[in-house]
Each structure stands twice: as structure tokens, then as C-alpha cells.
Design a protein around this ligand. Structure first.
Ligand SMILES: C[S@@+](CC[C@H](N)C(=O)[O-])C[C@H]1O[C@@H](n2cnc3c(N)ncnc32)[C@H](O)[C@@H]1O
Length: 219
């Protein structure tokens, strides 16, 4: 075994990311804004993986839950500009920035920003069997509440990518070691993971990438 501890894993990750340094200046500009303004965005490894899936799948219709400032939306768009993306955000401050960025970087009507609670959109949407790819990156405690509607909106063979499933490692811990205020998220994320791992309508794969992500393919 050449490496076997967390330190070396970090070095390997750094090495990989140095090979895959970002060269899209618009993506770099949004990342810089996100860092300076404490906006949570996907990690670099997650970005790489998302690009891989978008490139392989070449989705006609994408649903993104959790736009923030449209950073991951731009990653998806630049990976496959033909995709039509519906992206949902409910935080007014972020909606203002997302709109600016969508006007600046997308332009051509490829992105629809839904300014609403994802729970409302998912419950009311009649786009059954419509989306080829779903990127789930909204409130973590809601994943389990949203999954059946997400499944309904996915086409056969569509891919669901769910981000931050490890909750920075907390998912491994007993609930007694989790701060009281985080226990609901912990419990609901575990319920979500059990659901997607066991649900017969999905083939699910789990990856130790970024903060953990799962890929579920609708059968
Ligand atoms: C981790 S950030 C998304 C980051 C973005 N996907 C990226 O990587 O650039 C999560 C976003 O989901 C939004 N959000 C959380 N709960 C939501 C809900 N119920 N409906 C809509 N948006 C929600 C938050 O306001 C936040 O901006």
C-alpha cells in the first residue's frame, strides 16, 4: 500500500486537482465571489464529477435544486450547453445574484430560475418523466421529503446526483455525538440514504467525493 492515511488522501486529492485546474474564467469569477461572500458552492472534486456525468449523459432537461448564485448551474451549462436547466432557489439574497449571473453568463433562455421553495415546485410540477438529470443540492433535511416527487419527475434511466450526503463525516457518528440542533438533519439524511440504497426503482452508487455524493439511476 503506497498511501493509507487521511493526510496522503488529501495530498492525492490536491495532486488530482492541480492536474485539473479550472481554466474557465467565468466559473473562476463565480467561485471567487462565493468564497468572498460565504456562499456555499460545490467543491472542486464534486464539480469534476458533475462535469463527467453531464458529459456522459448529455441531458436534454436538467433539474437543479439549490441554485445559490448559479455556480453549479454554470458548470452544468458549460459542460453541455444544449441542456435546458430548471433551477430552484428560495433565498431572496441569492436569487438576486443568481439572476445577475444567469443574465450575464447564459443569455439564451437555456435556464429557468424558479424563485420558490423546492417543496412547492416539486409537489406541484406536472413534468412527470421529464428530467434526464437531477442535481440535488438544497436543504439536506428535505432530501427524504422530496425524493418521491423527484423520482416522479425523472425519466427512465435519468440520473439523480445528491450532494453533501456525508455531512462532513457526521453521518458516520451516532446521533448522541451530534449537536442537538443538527440531529434532525442527521436523522433525515440517514433516512434518505437508506431509502435510495434500498428503493427498487433506483440503482444507487455512493462515492467518497467532496462531501460525499450519491448517484441514483431510475430504472
Ligand atoms: C449548497 S447551496 C447550493 C449551491 C449550488 N448548487 C452551487 O454549487 O453553486 C444550497 C442552496 O439551496 C437553497 N435552498 C435550501 N433549501 C431550499 C428550498 N427548500 N427551496 C429552494 N432552495 C433552497 C439555499 O438557499 C442555498 O442557496
Amino acid at each position: 500500500m503506497i498511501y493509507d492515511d487521511a493526510l496522503d488522501k488529501t495530498r492525492i486529492d490536491d495532486f488530482i486537482m492541480s492536474l485539473l485546474a479550472e481554466n474557465d474564467k467565468d466559473i473562476l469569477e463565480l467561485k471567487k465571489y462565493a468564497i468572498e461572500n460565504d456562499v456555499p458552492i460545490i467543491r472542486d472534486e464534486t464539480k469534476s464529477f458533475l462535469r463527467l456525468i453531464v458529459n456522459l449523459k448529455r441531458p436534454e432537461n436538467v433539474l437543479e435544486i439549490g441554485t445559490a448564485i448559479a455556480y453549479s448551474t454554470l458548470v452544468i451549462h458549460r459542460s453541455f450547453p444544449e441542456a435546458k436547466i430548471v433551477t430552484i432557489e428560495n433565498y431572496e439574497k441569492r436569487i438576486i445574484e443568481a439572476k445577475k449571473n444567469i443574465d450575464k453568463f447564459f443569455g439564451d433562455g437555456k435556464v429557468e430560475l424558479v424563485e420558490d421553495d423546492a417543496s412547492v415546485y416539486l409537489k406541484n410540477s406536472d413534468k412527470d418523466n421529464f428530467f434526464d438529470l437531477v442535481f440535488l443540492d438544497g436543504a439536506k433535511a428535505q432530501y427524504i421529503n422530496w425524493i418521491n416527487d423527484i423520482k416522479r419527475l425523472m425519466k427512465k434511466n435519468a440520473i439523480l446526483i445528491s450532494d453533501n450526503i456525508f455531512k462532513e463525516g457526521e453521518i458516520l457518528e451516532s446521533k448522541f455525538l451530534i449537536r442537538k440542533r443538527d440531529r434532525t438533519i442527521h436523522k433525515k439524511m440517514r433516512e434518505f440514504l437508506h431509502f435510495i440504497a434500498k428503493d427498487e426503482d433506483f440503482d444507487t452508487y455512493i462515492f467518497n467525493i467532496g462531501d460525499g455524493l450519491s448517484v441514483s439511476i431510475k430504472k
